[in-house]
Design a protein around this ligand. Structure first.
Ligand code: ATP
Length: 353
């Protein structure tokens, strides 16, 4: 049996159901991210795992034990919140020691454990500082150490990086992942940032309106989105309307250009419209670019994004974005220019939902 299971979890606030039939089985030591837009129920599910909210239906188990009737302090769960929730009147040492003191651990054990935790987050030298004397990133590391000190069986992280600036966010997420792997602690991480979820998770749950739309590895979620919602939410994706020309041969047209898909089209007939997805990085307009499929269009804009240049071209009624890596000597196409994008037919996914 999986270490942390959520079975048919429901949650209503008054007449509004915000979590609907949520199912998830998390293995011991796994790092799982709940990814979704604001209001989709991520935090509510996390709070139910922690025991701060009771499910309206369904069961939560940790290590085979039903948690529904346990109070938060009986669940042995560590939690880090978005806002720096350190005790402002306590120094770093006392903040980290807090859970151990509440649990009545002996003084010598507390001392050893707090030192161990401060070493883990590389802040041994700041044990006497107070929260107001530290940066946001340092405070969140202390919050992490405080959550881990009592050796929780599950670690819950509720958007712990969202208040930090971009550079610190990236380095702290890597640090969190390293510590999580070092300790082998089962972790659930809530975020609305797809790059964050893709970069540090073993698996991602993409949530949409209180439900799990797709559960999979970062690679699967990004490359094989199961629904239009996932395709749209995870990464930048072109959604292209195509007309079915010959379903038995997987033949469609985009504008007036014919394309043969690798994927079967399923139960459709000639003349139906289907949605296709194409990642901006899938194709190239460079001379000699490889690929069994081509679409020709007119450039409508180019955007310089630093390491890539994103160009949009019009093909029939669709606008398709594609990326070029910034390289010395690269001349991006001009607006109004006709370009041909080459890619492999298998990069065109049929979106079914
Ligand atoms: P965010 O990324 O903005 O935190 P979220 O996906 O974590 O969003 P939740 O905080 O779980 O979303 O909220 C889901 C829905 O439940 C929202 O519509 C929210 O307004 C509602 N909600 C959350 N807590 C309560 C509450 N205590 N009473 C009433 N409604 C609530």
């Amino acid at each position: 049996m999986s270490f942390l299971t959520l079975t048919r979890i429901q949650k209503s606030f008054g007449p509004v159901q915000v979590v609907k039939d949520f199912n998830m089985a998390i293995e011991k030591g796994e790092f799982v991210s709940f990814l979704g837009p604001s209001g989709c129920g991520k935090t509510t599910v996390l709070r139910m795992i922690a025991g701060f909210e009771s499910p309206s239906g369904g069961a939560i188990t940790i290590n085979g034990r039903n948690q529904n009737d346990l109070r938060p302090n009986q669940r042995n769960i560590g939690m880090v919140f978005q806002a720096y929730a350190l005790f402002p009147n306590m120094n770093v040492f006392d903040n980290v020691a807090f859970g151990l003191k509440v649990a009545g651990r002996p003084k010598a054990e507390i001392e050893t454990r707090v030192k161990e935790m401060l070493k883990l987050i590389h802040l041994e030298h700041l044990a006497d500082r107070f929260p107001f004397q530290m940066s946001g990133g340092q405070q969140q590391r202390v919050a992490l150490a405080r959550a881990l000190a009592p050796k929780p069986q599950v670690l819950l992280l509720d958007e712990p990086l969202s208040a930090l600036d971009a550079k610190i966010r990236v380095s702290l997420r890597e640090e969190i992942r390293m510590i999580q792997q070092q300790l082998g602690i089962t972790t659930v991480f809530v975020t609305h940032d797809q790059e964050e979820a893709l970069s540090i998770s073993d698996r991602i749950v993409v949530m949409n309106a209180g439900r799990a739309d797709q559960i999979g590895s970062p690679f699967d979620i990004y490359n094989r989105p199961a629904t239009r919602f996932v395709a749209n939410f995870v990464g930048t994706l072109n959604l292209i309307d195509a007309k079915v020309v010959d379903p038995s041969a997987n033949r469609v047209s985009i504008g007036d250009q014919g394309v043969t898909l690798r994927e079967p089209l399923g139960a459709v007939k000639a003349g139906d419209t289907v949605s296709l997805a194409l990642r901006p990085e899938a194709g190239s307009i460079a001379e000699g670019a490889k690929g069994d499929t081509a679409l020709t269009g007119t450039v409508v804009s180019t955007n310089f994004l630093g390491s890539v240049i994103r160009t949009r071209m019009k093909v029939g009624a669709s606008v398709i974005s594609f990326d070029m890596f910034n390289a010395p000597g690269l001349v991006p196409p001009s607006v109004g220019e006709t370009v041909t994008l080459r890619f492999t037919a298998s990069d065109l996914l049929v979106i079914r939902d």
